[in-house]
Ligand binder design. Structure first.
Ligand code: DX5
Ligand code: ZN
Length: 218
């Protein structure tokens, strides 16, 4: 895995939303590779966050790829507006009730690609690597949650690290980890084969965004 370049995707959930465009420009200047946007519907997870209108505002503030993480019960109903708003990576959850039928999940991943974005698939910490396997050839990004989705600032779950290794064995595209990532937990994930590190609190609460982002690259 060492030849693979490490990408850092700061999670804007931890930024100062009152200064959203400035925060976006600051992490871009500090070396961020992607920008991670957490979309929550108050059902799939208890929290509520932002929709396409905010994704579009982020798009206008930055040229970086937008990595949009949909934590929605029915992501299949919202693919088009998020891609039109500028999502380059659009990630849905395998556990979303709307995607429980395999054909709907496949159709949703294909629709993301047909609309010009890169499809991603995410799983909660307790969902196995085996559950992901049938869909790996259809996605450009796998996003492994290393906390229960819903909130920033939670503690990393080390029991997910073996799953990072298992997924990496059969998957050569982008493999991301999300939740509780800092220099130390990020290193464990990189060593297991992750090449995209999503980090909210660690970047946005740091005195220097640049040092925090740099430290995630190892
Ligand atoms: C949690 C989100 C994460 C979150 C990570 O549901 O998917 O992207 O913002 O935040 P930290 O890095 O603070 O754990
Ligand atoms: Zn996320």
């Amino acid at each position: 895995m060492s030849a693979r370049s490490i990408m850092v995707s700061p999670s804007l959930l931890a930024c100062d939303f009152g200064r959203l465009a400035e925060e976006v420009r600051a992490v871009e200047a500090a070396g961020a590779d992607w920008l991670h946007v957490d979309v929550m519907d108050g059902h799939f997870v208890p929290n509520l966050t932002v929709g396409p209108v905010v994704v579009e505002a982020i798009r206008r503030a930055s040229r970086l790829p937008l990595d949009v993480h949909l934590m929605l019960n029915h992501p299949e109903q919202h693919v088009k507006p998020f891609i039109e708003a500028g999502a380059q990576y659009l990630t849905v959850h395998l556990e979303a009730p709307g995607l429980r039928t395999e054909s709907v999940l496949r159709k949703t991943l294909d629709a993301i690609r047909a609309l010009g974005a890169r499809p991603g698939l995410s799983v909660r910490p307790r969902t196995s690597a085996d559950a992901l396997r049938p869909f790996l050839e259809a996605v450009d990004l796998v996003l492994l949650m290393t906390v229960e989705p819903g909130f920033g600032g939670q503690a990393f779950m080390p029991e997910v690290v073996p799953k990072v290794r298992q997924v990496r064995e059969g998957f050569s595209r982008d493999l991301a980890v999300d939740g509780g990532i800092n220099a130390e937990t990020g290193r464990a994930c990189r060593e297991a084969g992750a090449n995209v590190l999503v980090a909210g609190t660690y970047v946005f609460k740091a005195a220097s965004y640049k040092d925090a982002i740099q430290s995630l690259r190892g």
